[in-house]
Design a protein around this ligand. Structure first.
Ligand SMILES: NC(=O)c1ccc[n+]([C@@H]2O[C@H](COP(=O)([O-])OP(=O)(O)OC[C@H]3O[C@@H](n4cnc5c(N)ncnc54)[C@H](OP(=O)(O)O)[C@@H]3O)[C@@H](O)[C@H]2O)c1
Length: 281
């Protein structure tokens, strides 16, 4: 199989490039092609002629999106439309990475793929609008919604917690947002499998189980053998520019329907901590 990855220099993209073996995979970062440029996108896609395009490129600074909405919509909504049109021209299949932030977080049971989108932030809106536009452009495309991504090779929550915990006796972490941590390695393996199975439609892809950021941080600190005290606080006490959903647990039903099962986030965290230690030598 021939595949092209947009966003190959990001957290997920780096893991995808490592995990995707046995196929002819081309990875592109923003330096190779800016997805806001439709002509350049068409040129590289026509040159590469992949069977699958994985679109992991995005402006992922959720708080930055609030102060730069034009950039957020240009990269996260209009860029994907450029890629979808280029894919359509050569008959390539498309897998687009989306987010749990397309939901408002008002549910108290896991979000199913058909639940209504109601994003609360600019980032969430840009992703939700991209989903609608892509399903319109390429109805058979695959939209893989993921959440709380972590992994080596970039900024992520566990890395931040470990750096802070190494220098502080106590950490305050929000305990009123619940979601599903997702390890870039496990997400990459699931994406490759979805492509091999010719998946289409919306699929929720995250590690099994859920937690709050506080519970996640506590497990990170414990797993690293640190003595730092992790204290639960409310979102109000840690106000951020972009509102986050209080509950964004994604149901695993759609992934199971594609014959894929994900390890628990606790198992994923142990593997991440080992990978991080190895990477740091
Ligand atoms: N991180 C999360 O918690 C999370 C949660 C849910 C969904 N997602 C989604 O999962 C996907 C991967 O996320 P990630 O955390 O791996 O992102 P990331 O680490 O921020 O990487 C973003 C990637 O997009 C590229 N990019 C940014 N602007 C671009 C542009 N204008 N044209 C072309 N490429 C551009 C970057 O290239 P350069 O490195 O060259 O700038 C980089 O390769 C994204 O679609 C994201 O929205 C992430």
């Amino acid at each position: 199989m021939k595949a092209t990855i947009f966003g190959a220099s990001g957290l997920l993209g780096k893991a995808l490039m490592r995990e995707w073996s046995g196929d002819d995979v081309l990875g592109l970062g923003s330096r190779d092609v800016d997805i806001r440029d439709p002509d350049k996108v068409r040129e590289v896609v026509e040159q590469a002629r992949p069977e699958w395009i994985v679109l992991a490129a995005a402006y992922t600074d959720v708080d930055g999106c609030e102060s730069h909405p034009d950039l957020a919509f240009a990269v996260n909504r209009d860029g994907p439309v450029n890629v979808a049109r280029a894919a359509k021209r050569i008959g390539a299949k498309l897998l687009f990475l989306s987010s749990d932030y397309v939901f408002d977080g008002k549910k108290t049971s896991p979000y199913e793929t058909q639940d209504a989108r109601n994003p609360q932030s600019v980032y969430g809106r840009s992703k939700a609008e991209a989903e609608v536009r892509l399903l319109d452009e390429v109805p058979e495309c695959c939209i893989a919604r993921t959440s709380w991504l972590f992994g080596t090779g970039g900024k992520c929550f566990p890395d931040t917690i470990l750096k802070l915990a190494a220098n502080r006796p106590a950490l305050d972490v929000v305990n009123d947002q619940r979601g599903c941590p997702t390890y870039s390695v496990d997400l990459s393996r699931a994406i490759v499998e979805l492509c091999r199975r010719n998946a289409g439609g919306i699929v929720h892809v995250n590690n099994a189980g859920d937690c709050t950021w506080f519970e996640f941080a506590r497990e990170i600190v414990k797993g690293a053998g640190l003595a730092t005290d992790v204290r639960p606080v409310s979102s109000q006490q840690m106000a951020r520019p972009a509102p986050r959903p209080a509950y964004s647990v994604l149901s695993s039903k759609s992934l199971q329907q594609n014959g894929i099962t994900m390890p628990t986030w606790q198992d994923a965290l142990q593997r991440y901590l080992r990978e991080r230690n190895t990477a740091r030598g």
